[in-house]
Ligand binder design. Structure first.
Ligand code: UD1
Length: 417
């Protein structure tokens, strides 16, 4: 899927079923390396490039995978401790192979990971954490070589910056370490809680995930188990924005409203009527143009950086002037030139964009730069006047399951070229 042709000026309404969270599924797949036991994982999002690459990486190191409705993982015969460059380079998440291989086998060798170009995305916090737990880390030709004599050793680790990825790396390494690890200033994202729940199901001893301090008492060995991935809060937020910018009314099923508190409050500020149930969210924006919002992204429970672009689109067609400040990544506004091509009035000042709301966007030929920007440009195409061509949409299938199909069901007119 490289190019989409979108007939615009549509109202996006109806119901959509939210998939499992990519950002929980990816690390959980790699965490399976920590055990010999057989694992079953439910609600893994299907046909996503990032998930498929993760599965290929696991198969490469010797994990047996069967994927029907449920994903069956048998990590008992891992016999390779390095991973190939062409796969590692494709996903940032491949960094999460390092700690489980190291913790279980005492050695690992992986190339520096790739991923969305939304900033410099260093991995120093991951590596420093492993070093504190006793790992030796060397570099050779773009390759990280990690080793430890015996088991890793539990430690108090104060994270100098909140990092989702590094919290996951340290939590997974500490699971099999000797003694107690405390991760202070840990990331609190729901995906971290889900990973801890998964590891505890396998016999790990983790408490405090979801708070700033995570305590991990290392165990010698993990077992097998079954886990269900949490719903994708970013996919949910993206569909809520789809309805909010198109005077639509939408129900997102199979989701977790508690994971979107700050996002829902912003949508209410924009004028949306929100109703929630145990696992659904309804947004009603019929006959209403949103009011412009002021947003500052922040680690969870703050406003997610992964919804920054979608809400920037909302501001472009809103009543009034809105601002969005990006505090997590330093280069996450590449997409605004494409929205400006579609008639958006946006000014970039340092890490803030100021949007002057305009009632309608116009169709254009636009190019995607990363995953969330792709979803944003597709939504922009759905509401713009005329036919928009969105190029480089291969980013989209890295993280959104059947996005054009789900939008078409809501009333969009998207063709894959
Ligand atoms: C994860 C998510 C991504 C989301 C981000 C923040 C996945 C696959 N990706 O990315 O969708 O946008 O969390 O919610 O789950 N940093 C360092 N050194 C490090 C690691 C990170 O300086 O070793 C910096 C980053 O450059 C960034 C900030 O810390 O400025 C936060 O990054 P982090 O939370 O680690 O994001 P990811 O885990 O890469």
């Amino acid at each position: 899927m490289n190019k989409l042709c979108i007939e615009g000026d549509k109202n996006l309404s109806g119901s959509v079923t939210i998939s499992g969270a990519k950002n929980a599924a990816l690390p959980i797949l790699f965490m399976s390396i920590l055990t010999e036991g057989k694992i079953q994982i439910k609600n893994v999002p299907k046909n996503l490039t990032d998930i498929n690459i993760a599965l290929k990486l696991l198969v490469y190191v010797g994990v047996k995978i069967t994927y029907k409705k449920i994903l069956f993982i048998d990590p008992s015969s891992i016999n390779v401790f390095c991973a190939p460059y062409h796969l590692i380079k494709k996903i940032r998440a491949s960094i999460w192979m390092l700690a489980p291989l190291l913790a279980r086998f005492g050695k690992a060798k992986i190339f520096l990971p790739g991923g969305c170009k939304i900033g410099s995305r260093p991995i120093d916090l991951h590596l420093n954490g492993l070093i504190k737990l006793g790992a030796k880390i060397n570099f050779k030709n773009d390759c990280i070589i990690a080793s430890v004599q015996g088991r890793l050793k539990g430690k108090y680790i104060l994270m100098e910056k909140i990092s989702v990825g590094a919290t996951i790396t340290i939590m997974s390494a500490a699971t099999l370490a000797q003694g107690i690890t405390i991760i202070d200033n840990a990331a609190c994202e729901p995906e971290i809680v889900d990973i801890a729940k998964f590891l505890n199901t396998l016999g790990a001893n983790i408490i405090g995930a979801g708070s700033k301090k995570i305590y991990i008492k290392g165990v010698i060995k993990l077992t097998g188990g079954t886990h269900q991935i949490i719903p994708d809060r970013i996919e949910t937020g993206t569909f809520l924005v789809a309805a909010a910018i198109s005077k639509g009314c939408i129900i997102c099923h199979n989701t977790e409203p508690k994971h979107l508190t700050n996002v829902l409050l912003k949508l209410i500020d924009a004028g949306a009527k929100i109703q929630i149930g145990k696992n659904w969210i309804k947004l009603d924006m019929r006959d209403k143009r949103p009011k412009a919002l002021n947003i500052r992204t922040a680690p969870y429970p703050g406003f997610p950086t992964d919804l920054q672009a979608q809400f920037a689109l909302l501001n472009t067609i809103s009543l009034g002037i809105g601002t969005i400040t990006e505090t997590v990544f330093e280069n996450r506004f590449i997409y605004i030139s494409e929205l400006i091509n579609m008639g958006a009035k946006i000014i970039l000042k340092n890490n803030t964009i100021i949007s002057y709301g305009t009632p309608k966007l116009l169709s254009s030929n636009v190019f995607c730069s990363d995953l969330r920007a792709s979803a944003t440009l597709v939504l922009a195409g759905c509401i713009a006047l005329g036919v928009t061509i969105v190029n480089k949409t291969y980013h989209l299938i890295r993280g959104y399951e059947s996005f054009p199909k789900k939008l078409n069901k809501l009333g969009a007119d998207i063709k894959i070229l």
